[in-house]
Design a protein around this ligand. Structure first.
Ligand SMILES: [Zn+2]
Ligand SMILES: [Zn+2]
Length: 219
């Protein structure tokens, strides 16, 4: 995060970064954290907060549904928590709508938490979807935390894409072997969503960014 002299009051503006497994969301968000001014607040991923804090994980439908409800509530409150200090953009690492793509079993997430897809889509001003790479286009099998096969990852990506399809302001960043070109496209989109008062603060030009091995592998 970079200091910023902007003292303008900002309108609340929420942007979601989403995408299937292996799309490179985590690496892109890390780059964004370093590249924009303090008025772009990047939220932690609700699922990470919950599971990292010991929320039980398991395969049963009951447990999976409980987890999706918990993620929904935590996501909403993470958004409220950072918006108390008026950022120019709240950048969400997934939004409440993503949970529906992971729902399994009978019923649906919306009925279960007493809301509708339409209401949840309205929470966000823009959505950036990073596509999961195709099976032969660099899906990262080397990451030991990845439990999905490339086929499952593509299926999750397609479900997330469908969940957000009615959003009026959606950017789709196609997967690319070149991590930096994907990151550059995402940063350009986010910059266009930033109010003028904070835009000039954009930090290093992408040409100057280090091309590390890690970034290349992160996809
Ligand atoms: Zn700023
Ligand atoms: Zn500003």
């Amino acid at each position: 995060m970079v200091a910023c002299e902007c003292k303008e009051p900002h309108d609340r503006r929420r942007v979601v970064m989403t995408g299937g497994p292996g799309a490179g969301k985590t690496a892109v968000l890390e780059l964004i954290r370093q590249s924009f001014c303090v008025h772009v607040k990047v939220l932690p991923e609700a699922a990470g907060v919950l599971f990292g804090g010991g929320f039980p994980r398991g395969e049963s439908t009951g447990l999976r549904q409980a987890a999706q409800r918990a993620i929904f509530y935590v996501q909403r409150e993470l958004e409220s928590a950072v918006e108390t200090d008026q950022p120019a953009i709240t950048l969400c690492d997934r939004g409440t709508v993503d949970g529906a793509a992971y729902w399994q079993g009978t019923g649906d997430l919306w009925v279960s938490v007493g809301t509708t897809l339409e209401d949840q889509l309205r929470r966000y001003d823009a959505v950036i979807h990073l596509r999961t790479p195709d099976v032969d286009d660099g899906y990262n099998h080397r990451n030991p935390l990845r439990i999905e096969t490339a086929g499952e990852a593509a299926a999750i990506d397609a479900r997330i894409l469908r969940m957000w399809e009615k959003h009026p302001r959606r950017y789709i960043v196609e997967s690319s072997r070149n991590f930096m070109s994907k990151a550059a496209r995402t940063i350009e989109i986010l910059r266009s969503e930033l109010p003028e008062c904070c835009r000039h603060h954009m930090v290093p030009s992408l040409g100057e960014m280090p091309r590390t091995q890690d970034a290349e592998e992160a996809h």
